[in-house]
Design a protein around this ligand. Structure first.
Ligand SMILES: [Ca+2]
Ligand SMILES: [Ca+2]
Length: 370
């Protein structure tokens, strides 16, 4: 009898401990108008446009109307009239027509302030236009430019295509130091890029962006501070803020190149845009691992450490000085300010996942402020 009582107590204790470790976040609600509400791995569709109406849904998209040329010498004037929504497809149609000083018209729609996301899985099914001079893109820009104007706050190009190279698509990011010749662009060979619909996809998580075409991975960018010792994380990986979606069809410009005037009208067609986020309340079961390998970085008063392991993802790190909370970092680097010169401090760090589970505190790291 005594043994059984002890056993019951033991089981109750385990249940109690398990209950206190439940995530402190609510489950995600799926978007009603998304045609595929969940995907394996705990992904829930939180925002979508299936283009099932008869016009662009302006509760989700805004037309950017201008002849600015996108900063790339592009030749089109973007109007609010170069789109058609029919048979569950959005067509962005480029035309050869003189309009307000430009020789071509087209459209560009953005989800800014209507669909803004930090992290997630973005799946866009699209078919590229035919013809030299076309330059369609599925991409994302920062809503609030937390780290300054382009490219300091980043740009995520989910899919770019130019009609003069019809059998390839590309994916990349632009940041303050990953720009120009350092842009981590990768090509994916896709002979049917302009004749068939394909799924263009990005999975964006803290410190990581991965590109796929039809489920095949073709590019990956990770934040690894040991390789960029002289920079703050945001100069390398400013992707810890809201980004919005852009769908457009540019004509000519630096990447589009020479235009074949016999191709018009030509259309960039989009079947759907679906945005998924992980339902961490449901899938996350473990706290992150203890932070280890804290190091001084070349950049003054900056430390970095090994990214903590988690069953899904670490959302942030809490930084402590002499046991007192000092600040939060979204990535595995932190720059101190406002300390006393030449004084030595004991730094400890804990990792927190998206379910609010907290790691054990790190061993103290001795740090002298300069
Ligand atoms: Ca559709
Ligand atoms: Ca976890």
């Amino acid at each position: 009898m005594k043994k059984i009582n002890l056993l019951i107590l033991f089981v109750l204790a385990i249940v109690l401990v398990a209950c206190t470790k439940q995530p402190n976040i609510d489950p995600l609600e799926s978007a009603e108008d998304c045609n595929e509400k969940s995907l394996d791995g705990g992904w829930v569709c939180i925002w979508a446009d299936e283009f099932e109406g008869s016009e662009v849904d302006t509760t989700k998209w805004t037309y950017e109307v201008n002849g600015y040329g996108g900063g790339n010498g592009e030749l089109q004037y973007y109007t609010a009239d170069n789109t058609v929504v029919q048979d569950s497809i959005l067509s962005i149609i480029a035309k050869k027509e003189v309009y307000l000083g430009k020789q071509y018209t087209s459209s560009r729609i953005v989800s800014k302030y209507k669909g803004d996301f930090t992290y997630g899985r973005f799946i866009i099914r699209a078919k590229n236009p035919v013809g030299a001079g076309t330059w369609p893109a599925i991409w994302m820009m920062p809503t609030m430019n937390a780290y300054g104007g382009w490219p300091k706050s980043g740009e995520i190009d989910i899919m770019e295509y130019v009609g003069r190279i019809p059998n390839k698509v590309t994916g990349t990011v632009h940041t303050e130091i990953r720009n120009g010749g350092n842009t981590p662009v990768r090509e994916y060979t896709l002979p049917t890029a302009n004749s068939e619909f394909h799924n263009y996809e990005v999975i964006w998580e803290p410190g990581s962006i991965i590109w796929y075409v039809d489920g095949v991975k073709f590019n990956e960018v990770n934040y690894t501070p040991q390789f960029t010792q002289q920079y703050k994380y945001n100069q390398v990986f400013p992707f810890d803020q809201d980004f919005f979606m852009i769908l457009n069809l540019a004509i000519g410009g630096t990447l589009g190149g020479n235009v074949d005037d016999s191709i018009f009208p030509t259309a960039f067609e989009v079947d759907y845009v679906r945005v998924y986020q992980r339902d961490y309340a449901k899938v996350d079961k473990q706290a992150p691992s203890k932070v280890t390998d804290i190091n001084l970085q070349q950049l003054a008063n900056t430390i970095y450490w090994k990214k903590a392991e988690d069953d899904f993802a670490v959302e942030k790190y809490n930084i402590y000085i002499n046991g007192e909370f000092r600040g939060v970092s979204r990535l595995h680097q932190f720059t101190f300010g406002g300390l006393t010169k030449n004084q030595t401090y004991a730094i400890t760090i804990e990792a927190v996942d998206f379910a609010g589970r907290v790691s054990k505190i790190s061993d103290p790291f001795s740090f002298t402020f300069q």
